[in-house]
Design a protein around this ligand. Structure first.
Ligand code: ATP
Ligand code: MN
Ligand code: MN
Length: 376
């Protein structure tokens, strides 16, 4: 822990891509509170207030010390009045009455449950809330609701999917993905991205990026992988999104843009050998006791052309806040447009090629930030 004199608040950047944010959060008490506030504003579709709290949370996560006095946040960016009020309350009272109010709010509680279902966002939650529904149990019981295929799967495997994915499970799924992909394309590069690449040991899903070095592309790869898993009985759900990438198209300037890669949001069946095999060890006994020997796991697969791989890797590694700030930094400080496909220099009117994440940071004039320091 750094002593205060070594720490110069005015030198802290407002952009998380100019800070190092590891998983050692010295200010969890505050950042948890901000994340509740941000989520509540997200549920109210107030993007500005939502982002204000997400930026504040991200900033406190990067501090090398715990905030204990208001003086500690003096001179720091991203500390607006709303944010300061909550910090002050937590310092003085140990908790924030505003945050407690949100946590007890009927609408917040219902939306929190609804949005925890795969395939359910704020719009669907709003609809269900207006219909008088309040819990996932009530949603499951309501047979008149019109659900998408995704939401049906989300409800069917709800318990498995809300219980987080462990690092061990991520490693097991990683082996399956790599083996399957390599039966079709032996040279393919399969990389785990998302939270696990940032060093997290739990996640809500497992994200993979798949590319084939060299000129050869295989548009059918994803379909082949999915078909094989179907045959093997490993696929519980899948939604394949075909590529919508258009060459020469300028990168999107939206803050939270979806990309145009071919991808698949899937639910895989991961078999888990039972630890206590003393009582049930034959398949017959398993069946009779109806012991479930698998867990449903959310998996995202993204296929990228090799030339765009580094940009895709940077985008899919996240965190979401880190990605938002990279794009905001590119736009506001460099007159460049960054997305998961590339980087466009508006002054030079050219796309900047990059063969590694390091090169992208260099194009942006930023010091390199390691994946485990991107937990903004
Ligand atoms: P978790 O442990 O909750 O999964 P995560 O950081 O891995 O955390 P994800 O939602 O899996 O979160 O997303 C990983 C990264 O990929 C994020 O930076 C996010 O911005 C990006 N991402 C997620 N979904 C999409 C999408 N549909 N299009 C483009 N980028 C996405
Ligand atoms: Mn993820
Ligand atoms: Mn994901």
């Amino acid at each position: 822990v750094l002593e205060m004199p070594a720490f110069i608040a005015t030198k802290v950047s407002q952009y998380s891509c100019q800070r190092k944010t590891t998983l050692n959060n010295s200010n969890k008490k505050f950042t948890d509170a901000f994340e509740v506030m941000a989520e509540n504003y997200e549920f109210k579709e107030n993007e500005i207030f939502c982002l204000e709290f997400l930026r504040a949370a991200s900033l406190l996560k990067s501090l090398p010390f715990s905030v204990t006095r208001m003086k500690d946040i003096q001179g720091l960016p991203c500390m607006g009045d709303q944010v300061r009020d909550i910090i002050e309350e937590i310092i003085e009272e140990g908790e924030s009455s505003r945050v407690k109010e949100v946590l007890n709010d009927e609408r917040y509680k219902a939306f929190k449950q609804f949005t925890s279902v795969f395939g359910v966002g704020v719009k669907t939650s709003e609809k269900w809330y207006r219909m008088g529904l309040r819990t996932v149990g009530e949603v499951k019981a309501d047979k008149t609701l019109k659900l998408s295929k995704m939401q049906k799967a989300g409800l069917l495997y709800y318990e498995d999917l809300v219980s987080c994915v462990s690092k061990a499970e991520a490693d097991a799924v990683s082996l399956i993905v790599k083996n399957t992909v390599c039966t079709f394309l032996p040279d393919a590069l399969v990389t785990i991205t998302g939270g696990f690449r940032r060093g997290k040991n739990i996640g809500h899903d497992i994200d993979f990026l798949i590319t084939n070095p060299g000129p050869r592309e295989d548009d059918e790869l994803l379909h082949k992988v999915i078909d094989l898993w179907k045959k093997q009985g490993l696929l519980l759900y899948c939604d394949i999104i075909e590529s919508t990438f258009v060459k020469e198209q300028l990168p999107s300037r939206k803050v939270d843009a979806m990309d145009h890669f071919q991808k698949c949001f899937a639910i895989l069946k991961l078999y888990q050998p039972r630890v206590d095999n003393s009582t049930c060890n034959t398949s017959e006994q398993l069946e009779m006791a109806e012991v479930k020997d698998w867990k449903a796991i959310r998996v995202d697969l993204v296929i990228t052309p090799f030339e765009q791989y580094s940009y895709a890797l940077l985008g899919w590694t996240g965190s979401r806040q880190f990605g938002r700030d990279l794009r905001r930094y590119a736009a506001h400080e460099r007159k460049m447009i960054l997305d998961n496909h590339g980087l466009y220099d508006r002054r030079k009117r050219i796309f900047l090629k990059a063969g590694s994440e390091e090169e992208i940071f260099a194009h942006l004039g930023l010091d390199y930030v390691e994946p485990w320091e991107r937990n903004a």
